[in-house]
Design a protein around this ligand. Structure first.
Ligand code: SAM
Length: 273
């Protein structure tokens, strides 16, 4: 596969241990949710508006919508097109059910929309997940994804903060290869979006049932300025107008040079009818 700029500049694999994480409160989703509801900063809101706001365009009011790997469960505050059944592999008071994305309990053709935000890069075998999901998704149903994008900026941020890792050395299309630690739901391979969607022709050959409806790079400065959604680092709280200007700058830079700047990628896939 053709190597991208980040792969040329940085090591192919980097997996720091959890004890090396320089962000605080990794995995403390209960505290992240409580703090967001009580006093969520405009920085986090600006990030989540950009990260999630596009999803409503792919949701109809009577759709059955299931979120997988909801973590702190903040999607419901930014996506209002239909009620969301929030689920996670771990049980939380705000989840409707405890669901392992690799063993989906839904009937064939029963779900209109699945939402996965920063979840797929935690799965050991993402293609097995997509196969199972396709069975549960009804024809014409959508999978709305947001994932980290392994740009130079993202990999440098990971290298600095040691929050999660990446590996370009795995073949994400080989079901026998684990993309990260299968026993650890918080082990993340931030290269997954590039490995799965970097070559969309390869993705379409493996998953001919999916059509790509939407594909956008985002989040350069907004992500670090958010201070993190669950794991946290200290940042100055900025007014909405300043964050609006940052979002506009981000949009331009991510459009100009996604492999340098974009820390996120949003993709909507539709199951062919
Ligand atoms: C980085 S967090 C993202 C949480 C939330 N979606 C967000 O964007 O803030 C990843 C989440 O995926 C969940 N997860 C990991 N493996 C999973 C699996 N096999 N099935 C469902 N959820 C999983 C974790 O428990 C965690 O809540």
């Amino acid at each position: 596969m053709k190597r991208t700029l980040p792969q040329l500049l940085l090591p192919a694999t980097f997996f720091p241990g959890h004890d090396q994480n320089r962000m605080s409160r990794e995995g403390d989703v209960a505290r992240a949710r409580a703090e967001f509801i009580a006093a969520g900063t405009e920085n986090v809101r600006a990030l989540l508006r950009q990260r999630l706001g596009w999803m409503d365009a792919h949701i109809r009011p009577d759709d059955i919508v299931v979120e997988l790997g909801c973590g702190a469960g903040l999607t419901e505050f930014f996506v209002n097109g239909a009620p969301i059944m929030a689920t996670d592999v771990r049980p939380y008071p705000w989840t409707a059910a405890c669901v392992d994305a690799l063993h989906l309990p839904f009937a064939p053709n029963s779900v209109d929309v699945f939402i996965c935000v920063n979840m797929i890069h935690h799965l050991a075998v993402p293609t097995a997940f997509l196969d199972t999901l396709l069975t549960c998704l009804r024809p014409g149903g959508r999978l709305l994804i947001h994932e980290p994008n392994p740009s130079v900026a993202m990999l440098l941020a990971l290298r600095l903060m040691r929050h999660e890792g990446w590996s370009f050395a795995v073949d994400a299309f080989d079901p026998a290869v684990a993309a990260n630690d299968p026993a650890d739901p918080w082990s993340g391979n931030n290269a997954i979006s590039a490995l799965l969607f970097g070559d969309l022709a390869r993705f379409s050959r493996r998953f001919p049932a999916f059509t790509v409806l939407f594909d956008r790079y985002s989040e350069f400065l907004l992500f670090p300025l958010s201070g993190g959604v669950t794991a946290k680092t200290a940042v100055p709280v900025l007014p909405r107008a300043v964050l609006g200007a940052v979002a506009a700058l981000d949009r331009m830079l991510c459009w100009l040079a996604p492999s340098v700047f974009a820390m996120g990628r949003s993709i909507a896939l539709e199951k062919r009818a």
